[in-house]
Design a protein around this ligand. Structure first.
Ligand SMILES: C[S@@+](CC[C@H](N)C(=O)[O-])C[C@H]1O[C@@H](n2cnc3c(N)ncnc32)[C@H](O)[C@@H]1O
Length: 263
């Protein structure tokens, strides 16, 4: 047990998902899972619990506008058939992303990390009919799963998946983007951030997922800190010191940082 500074203590060993590649060193607070793509590349994923105690997370969910049944079905099928379902953003963060699209009036959205398509479809809910989301995914299985669900959704004409390493795909895309959601491999976050900033519209917003990493970013120097933990801790330090931007770190789910260019 470890105090979060709030009246509630978080059971750090509670994790939503453990892969069979987890070792004892990785069990708490998060576990890193590796998977191979069709090209043989090894990709690391997060399989972690959020930082918000489960009963509070449930309360927040109960007081968030419910999503359509087909989004619940997507989430169900993700949990039943895809590895590392802890990567799914879920209804509360999905509604947050949708609100960001709505509030910014975003028309062009860029996403790093599609997984099963849940966050892309969440953002699509608030896009105008001529809006577009480009979502970048390296794993063909994830891209195929997401594509199948996007095609039967009301937003098939608004979402395009680009298959391949995100840093290569983003090179092929012209900006500007009004909203960028960074949620792929954590070791590349700083590169995704630079690519996003370069293509961001003047009033654009970058949202970055997992910036609290189950709290592990507070202790990045421990011997068992993963590469993802170190990368995220360095990323957070870099962003808050970056004179080009203004940022706020939200304690939603596993931490979501919102970043805008400094005027
Ligand atoms: C955390 S999941 C994304 C979850 C999704 N945004 C959601 O909220 O439902 C991360 C995804 O990034 C993908 N990914 C990892 N490394 C990548 C890379 N180098 N290029 C593109 N996608 C990558 C993984 O295959 C995985 O599907």
């Amino acid at each position: 047990m470890r105090s979060t500074g709030s009246p509630v203590q978080v059971q750090r060993s509670t994790i939503a998902f453990e892969s069979d590649t987890c070792t004892a060193r990785h069990v708490a607070p998060l576990c890193s899972q590796r998977s191979r793509t069709a090209t043989g590349d090894s990709v690391s994923f997060a399989a972690m619990a959020g930082i918000v105690p489960d009963h509070i997370e449930q309360y927040a969910l109960a007081h968030t506008t419910p999503v359509d049944g087909w989004m619940d079905a997507l989430a169900e099928e993700t949990r039943a058939t895809l590895p590392a379902p802890g990567m799914l953003s879920g209804a509360v963060e999905g509604r947050l992303l949708e609100m960001l699209v709505f509030a910014t009036g975003a028309r062009r959205v860029l996403e790093f990390g599609t997984y099963s398509g849940y966050s892309a479809l969440s953002m699509a809910r608030a896009l105008p009919p001529d809006g577009r989301i480009f979502t970048l995914e390296v794993d063909p299985k994830h891209a195929e799963f997401a594509q199948r669900h996007i095609e039967v959704s009301p937003y098939a004409d608004r979402i395009e998946i680009l298959l391949g390493p995100a840093l290569e795909s983003v090179e092929r895309l012209d900006g500007p983007f009004d909203l960028v959601f960074i949620d792929a491999d954590k070791e590349n976050y700083a590169r995704y951030y630079e690519a996003a900033l370069a293509k961001l519209s003047p009033r654009g917003l970058i949202a970055v997922d997992n910036t609290l990493w189950s709290g592990a970013v507070l202790d990045p120097e421990t011997d068992d800190a993963s590469d993802s933990t170190r990368a995220l801790a360095a990323f957070n330090d870099m962003v808050v010191a970056d004179p080009r931007v203004v940022c706020v770190m939200l304690t939603i789910r596993d931490g979501v940082t919102l970043i805008r260019p400094r005027a």
